[in-house]
Design a protein around this ligand. Structure first.
Ligand code: NAD
Length: 473
C-alpha cells in the first residue's frame, strides 16, 4: 500500500476540502469494504498502538505536564484495544444483511436491511483523553467500512502530533487522516459536508457544531458534558461510597466527561462522608505535587477556571476543604488538590458550571424524592451514579431518572464497556457509539425490497375495479 500523506499537516480550508474530496472519491471506488479488509485496518491500528504505547504515555505526560502512566494505559490504550477485539469477534454478524417481514401487499418479495458504510466520518476530539476520544470513534467508523478524518485538540498538541504520525504511517491519506489545529481549523472542519460527524466536547461548542452540520444536513453524534450526580442511599456504607466516588474524581484529576460532578448525600451523613472521602483520597494520593499518580490540570487557564469556582464559593459562604495530606504548595505547578465544597448553592459557579476537575461539592438531601427532584430540575446528565445494595431501589432510580448512562455502586467504569452504547441525552449529547450501536451509527441502514419474476404488483395496480385494499389487511 502506498501512503501519500500531505506534508506539512493540512489545515487550510482548501486543504481540508481536497482531503475530504479525496476520501469521498476513494469511498466511491471501494464502496463496501469486505470483512477481511476492515479487520486488516483494525489490526494495523491495533499494532500501531502496541508499537507506540510508551510514546502515547509520554505524549499524554507532556500534554498534562504530568499524567499517570497507569491512567493513559487504562483510559487511552486499553479501551481502544478492547474495542478492536470486540469488533474482531462480532463484525461478521453486524455486517450481515438482516431479513425482515414482507407485508402481503409487497409479496412475493424478500425484504432486507443492508448496513452500508456512510462514506467519510469526521471526528472532532477534546483534550482530556486525546487518544481514546479520537481512536474509539475511529474504530467504530472503520468497522462499519468508512473512511475518516480526525481533528485533534489544540490543548493536547503532543498527543495530536503523535496520533497524526501513527495513523499516517499505516493509512493512506484518502483512507484515514488526522488534522491538527485550533478553533479556526475546527470551524472549517465542522463545516465540511461529511457523511457523519462525531463531536466530543463541551455542550456550548456542541451547539455551534450542530448548527454547522445542519447546513449540510450531516448527521451528528454529539458527545457532550454536564453535571453528573452521585446519589448515596442512607443505608450505603460511606467508606465504600467514598472510595468508589473518589476513583472517578481522582482519575485524570476529575478531567473526565463522566466524572461525578457532585454528591447528593443524606443530610445527617454529609460530614461523615466528607471525612471518609478525605481519608480515601489521602490513601490513594498520599502526596500530590511530585506524585506521578496524580495528574495535573491541562492548562493554566483551566486551572484558573477551577480556582475561580473555589474563590467564588468561598466568597459566597461555602466551606472549601482542600485535601492536601503533605501540606504542599501548588504555585508554579498545574496540579491542584482534590477539594470538597460543603454548603454549595445554586448561586455559586461550582453548581452552575460543569466542574471538569478535582472539585467535589457534597450537597445534603432529606428524602430520596427530594434528591431526585434536584436532579430533575437540572439538565439531563451524561452519567448518573447511585449507591445502594438494594436492587429493587436501584431499579426504581433507573426508571425515574434520565441520563446518558448509569453506574450502580461505582463511577466511570461503564465507559470502558464495549458491549453497550455510550452517549448522552439532551444537553449531554445525542446518538451513540461503542459496540453494536457504534457500528449502526456509522452505517446507513438501507431498506431493500427484492422482487422476483412474478409481477404481483399487477394485481394491485389500476384499473382498480372491485379491488379492495382493506381485504389485504
Ligand atoms: P471544547 O468543546 O472546547 O473543544 C472540543 C473540540 O472542539 C476541540 O477539538 C476544539 O478545537 C473544537 N472546537 C472549539 N471551538 C470550536 C468551534 N467554534 N467550532 C468547531 N469546533 C470547535 O471541549 P474541550 O475543552 O476540549 O473538552 C471538555 C469538554 O468536553 C467538557 O465539557 C467535557 O464534558 C466534554 N467531553 C465529553 C465527552 C463525552 O464522551 N461525552 C468526553 C470528553 C469530554
Amino acid at each position: 500500500m502506498t501512503v501519500t500523506q500531505l506534508s506539512p499537516a493540512p489545515t487550510a480550508e482548501s486543504d481540508l476540502d481536497a482531503l475530504l474530496l479525496a476520501q469521498k472519491k476513494a469511498a466511491l471506488a471501494d464502496p463496501m469494504p469486505d470483512h477481511a479488509s476492515r479487520i486488516r485496518r483494525l489490526d494495523k491500528l491495533h499494532n500501531a498502538i502496541l508499537d507506540n504505547r510508551d510514546r502515547m504515555i509520554a505524549a499524554c505526560r507532556a500534554d498534562f505536564s504530568n499524567r499517570a502512566a497507569a491512567e493513559t494505559e487504562m483510559a487511552e490504550i486499553g479501551p481502544v484495544l478492547e474495542g478492536i477485539a470486540y469488533y474482531r469477534k462480532r463484525l461478521k454478524k453486524f455486517m450481515k444483511p438482516q431479513r425482515r417481514h414482507t407485508p402481503l401487499v409487497a409479496m412475493p418479495a424478500r425484504v432486507e436491511v443492508h448496513y452500508q458504510p456512510v462514506g467519510v466520518v469526521g471526528i472532532v476530539v477534546p483534550w482530556n483523553f486525546p487518544f481514546f476520544l479520537g481512536l474509539s470513534p475511529l474504530v467504530g467508523a472503520i468497522a462499519a467500512g468508512n473512511r475518516a478524518m480526525i481533528k485533534t485538540s489544540e490543548y493536547a498538541p503532543a498527543s495530536g502530533a503523535l496520533m497524526q504520525e501513527m495513523l499516517a504511517e499505516i493509512f493512506a491519506e484518502d483512507e484515514i487522516t488526522v488534522v491538527t489545529g485550533g478553533v479556526e481549523v475546527a470551524t472549517t472542519f465542522t463545516k465540511l459536508p461529511f457523511d457523519h460527524l462525531v463531536f466530543t466536547g463541551s455542550t456550548q461548542v456542541g451547539k455551534i457544531v450542530m448548527r454547522a452540520a445542519a447546513e449540510n444536513l450531516t448527521p451528528v453524534t454529539l458527545e457532550l458534558g454536564g453535571k453528573s450526580p452521585a446519589i448515596i442511599h442512607p443505608d450505603y456504607p460511606l467508606d465504600e461510597a467514598a472510595s468508589r466516588i473518589g476513583f472517578g474524581k481522582g482519575f485524570n484529576a476529575g478531567q473526565i466527561c463522566v466524572s461525578p460532578d457532585y454528591v447528593l448525600c443524606p443530610r445527617d451523613k454529609v460530614d461523615a462522608f466528607a471525612a471518609a472521602f478525605t481519608k480515601a483520597m489521602s490513601r490513594s494520593y498520599p502526596s500530590l505535587r511530585d506524585n506521578d499518580d496524580y495528574t495535573a490540570i491541562i492548562t493554566d487557564q483551566q486551572k484558573a477556571r477551577l480556582e475561580s469556582y473555589l474563590s467564588d464559593a468561598e466568597a459566597k459562604g461555602a466551606n472549601v476543604i482542600r485535601i492536601n495530606p503533605k501540606d504542599e504548595e501548588f504555585t508554579g505547578t498545574r496540579k491542584m488538590p482534590l477539594t470538597i465544597v460543603l454548603g454549595a448553592t445554586d448561586e455559586m459557579l461550582v453548581m452552575q458550571e460543569e466542574i471538569f476537575g478535582p472539585i467535589l461539592p457534597i450537597l445534603p438531601y432529606d428524602t430520596m424524592d427530594a434528591a431526585l427532584a434536584y436532579v430533575h430540575e437540572r439538565p439531563r446528565p451524561l452519567a448518573l451514579y447511585y449507591f445502594d445494595w438494594d436492587k429493587a431501589r436501584g431499579d426504581d432510580i433507573l426508571a425515574r431518572t434520565h441520563s446518558g448512562g448509569v453506574c450502580i455502586n461505582d463511577t466511570v467504569m461503564h465507559v470502558g464497556v464495549d458491549d453497550m452504547p455510550f452517549g448522552g441525552i439532551g444537553p449531554s449529547g445525542m446518538g451513540h457509539y461503542h459496540g453494536e450501536e457504534g457500528f449502526r451509527t456509522f452505517s446507513k441502514a438501507k431498506g431493500v425490497l427484492r422482487k422476483g419474476k412474478i409481477n404481483a404488483t399487477a394485481f394491485v395496480a389500476p384499473p382498480w375495479g372491485n379491488f379492495m385494499y382493506r381485504q389485504l389487511m
